[in-house]
Design a protein around this ligand. Structure first.
Ligand SMILES: Cc1cc2nc3c(=O)[nH]c(=O)nc-3n(C[C@H](O)[C@H](O)[C@H](O)COP(=O)(O)OP(=O)(O)OC[C@H]3O[C@@H](n4cnc5c(N)ncnc54)[C@H](O)[C@@H]3O)c2cc1C
Length: 329
């Protein structure tokens, strides 16, 4: 007797739509999410950006889309657990699975659907004094709320696309914005650089690096910088590190799944090389060709996977469960 028919790993957009589709097909599922909230990249990487390419939704903020996807996911009351990182998957002799959560809890199921996206996001660091002390108290890796920077003197490290995107988004509310780049290379789109320069609020300093972050023990107050002309102290309420992030791929030590590049290889049913384990979204690829990592595509893949999982769990059931428009909810 297993705990759940299906365990879905990840409550990003793909895992959320898979949770909804599992409910639609009356599959007893549990969705496990490593973070404390749903939405994956939508809320972790670009919550305040507009998304224009979800079918039927001309324009929506990423965090609002995530909220709506969450509401849809729990429509049939399929459970989603947060702060629950899947650390291993073991296949048991009877072909069911034991999923290890946070290295210490074990849940059994008949099938697994991996929707873990690009993996866990681990931001890059500068490695300077004060950086760890003021992390979250003035030092940030992402912009989750523009208004948080209202009236502030903001230093952005990194003259790439993210650095300029954030500078342009913060320019209407911040007091001043200084972009620092350790060399003299600006790797951002020309239009975005022009917009920043036109705003008159954004100052770009090349060949300049932060060497120390200073504060009053509670919050960041300034940064010491080193440029070609020597050292200087710059007032800073916030530092945003736009220096990208490392992605730590998931590895489940007890199983070996066939991969293609960074993707888990799946067939047209979105089943991996181990029968009963399926994968969809940014983590999965049917071919060895580059794929489009998009919200609508992840959702479509989740839908196909769930219908195939239904057939895997109950071989006599039909593959297609019918149109949702025939329901009367
Ligand atoms: C800046 C940016 C802008 C974008 N704009 C668009 C756009 O306009 N339109 C569009 O269609 N797409 C856009 N995308 C792409 C889109 O966001 C992704 O295709 C989508 O988020 C993939 O969803 P996913 O659920 O497969 O993966 P993710 O969003 O990466 O979610 C995976 C989830 O799984 C969780 N997880 C990972 N490992 C584990 C584990 N071991 N245990 C438990 N949980 C785990 C993660 O914490 C995460 O919540 C954009 C991407 C970026 C970076």
């Amino acid at each position: 007797m297993v705990d759940f028919e299906l365990i879905i790993i990840g409550a990003g957009p793909t895992g959320l739509f898979a949770t909804f589709a599992a409910g639609l097909r009356n599959i007893k599922s549990l969705t496990l999410e490593a973070l404390d909230s749903a939405g994956g990249q939508l809320v972790e990487l670009y919550p305040e950006k507009m998304v224009y390419d979800m079918p039927g939704i001309p324009k929506i903020r990423a965090d609002s889309l995530s909220q709506q996807m969450y509401e849809q996911a729990i429509m049939f009351k399929n459970e989603i657990r947060f702060n629950s990182k899947v650390t291993d998957i073991k296949q048991l002799p009877d072909k069911t699975f034991q999923v290890e959560v946070n290295g210490k809890e074990y849940i059994t199921c008949q099938a697994v659907l991996i929707c873990s996206g690009v993996g866990s996001f681990v931001p890059n660091k500068l490695g300077v004094e004060g950086e760890d002390e003021y992390d979250g108290k003035g030092v940030f890796h992402y912009v989750k709320s523009i208004n948080r920077f209202s009236g502030q003197d903001v230093v952005i490290v990194g003259a790439g696309d993210s650095g300029f995107d954030w500078a342009n988004e913060l320019a209407p509310v911040a007091n001043s914005i200084t972009i620092l780049q350790h060399n003299d290379v600006i790797k951002a789109e020309e239009r975005s650089v022009k917009e920043a320069l036109d705003s008159k609020k954004v100052n770009i300093r090349l060949n300049t690096s932060i060497i120390r972050m200073l504060g009053d023990g509670q919050k960041l107050t300034s940064v010491e910088i080193q440029g070609k002309d020597g050292k200087e102290t710059l007032k800073a309420d916030s530092v945003i590190l736009a220096i990208s992030y490392k992605i730590e791929p998931n590895s489940f030590k007890s199983i070996t799944l066939a991969t293609s590049g960074r993707y888990i290889k799946v067939n047209h049913a979105y089943e991996t090389s181990i029968s009963g384990i399926f994968a969809a979204g940014d983590i999965a690829n049917v071919t060895d060709e580059p794929k489009f990592n998009l919200l609508a595509i992840g959702s479509a893949e989740a839908y196909i996977a769930i219908n195939n999982i239904k057939k895997y769990l109950h071989p006599t059931s039909s593959l297609f469960g019918g149109h949702s428009s025939s329901l009367n909810l």
